[in-house]
Design a protein around this ligand. Structure first.
Ligand SMILES: Nc1ncnc2c1ncn2[C@@H]1O[C@H](COP(=O)(O)OP(=O)(O)OP(=O)(O)O)[C@@H](O)[C@H]1O
Ligand SMILES: [Mg+2]
Length: 223
């Protein structure tokens, strides 16, 4: 079992705490915040409560998401490097002193620091041509691989310069739980789904830059 008792998380989201792997600084361990699952379970209907909390566990959902058709096919045909070009390498579930964790590649910058999110980079430097290029490459990769994601959010992408240019990695939000499994591999369906995700992401980037005082919900409705 991996001991995390002497460590503080290097980052956290609404659902999970992120720790550096105690034996490998190139990996991170994500632990679901227990209070979060409990709170979400309480808001569910009685029927959904009976179906269990696995559906609410982001780590379980992430494992299912990595098992999606597009990723399995690419790995089976030896296109590993393509899969991990914009996705942290994924090592599955491990036991820690804080409970089960998902083990994945910790994306760092060339100087060794943890890569910042796209949200932070945009706040600090705006949407520079260099960053635009990185975003374009990431979206081309999505279209090429047909890897399915949830809504793309700037705080779930990190930006690294480790290869000498700006590269985006999706650290959270893989998978498409709303698409029935059988449809996910039908090209027409997945393209349509992806186009909508990309449109929404572009809109989100526009909002991050000039929200004009509008909430994200109002901005989407009015634009
Ligand atoms: N592989 C990684 N490499 C570098 N930083 C990471 C990585 N994974 C997560 N992070 C950082 O930790 C933060 C939280 O991680 P993550 O998004 O997985 O948590 P979450 O609780 O599931 O998020 P949300 O609030 O979107 O549900 C990210 O926004 C990012 O800053
Ligand atoms: Mg997140």
């Amino acid at each position: 079992m991996l001991d995390l008792s002497n460590q503080l998380p290097f980052a956290q989201g609404y659902n999970r705490l992120c720790y550096e792997h105690p034996l490998d600084s190139a990996r991170c361990l994500k632990i679901v915040r227990p209070e979060n699952i409990a709170a979400r379970a309480q808001r569910q209907s009685r029927l959904k409560q009976l179906l269990g909390t696995n559906r609410l566990n982001d780590n379980t959902q992430e494992i299912i998401a990595h098992n999606q058709h597009a990723i399995r096919e690419l790995l089976a045909t030896g296109l590993e490097n393509l899969v991990w070009a914009h996705l942290p390498r994924f090592y599955g579930r491990v036991q820690t002193s804080l409970g089960e964790a998902n083990d994945s590649e910790l994306i760092r910058r060339a100087d060794g620091s943890v890569a910042p999110t796209l949200e932070t980079v945009m706040q600090d430097h705006g949407l520079t041509p260099e960053l635009e290029k990185g975003i374009g490459e990431f979206l081309d990769w999505l279209k090429q691989t047909r890897i399915l994601t949830r809504n793309l959010l700037p705080h779930n992408l990190v930006v690294t310069d480790r290869s000498g240019r700006s590269q985006l990695f999706l650290v959270d939000g893989l998978g498409a739980p709303t698409i029935p499994r059988a449809l996910a591999s039908v090209p027409g369906w997945s393209s349509h789904y992806l186009d909508r995700k990309i449109d929404r992401f572009r809109k989100r980037l526009a909002w991050e830059q000039h929200s004009e005082g509008l909430s994200w919900e109002d901005f989407q409705r009015l634009r």
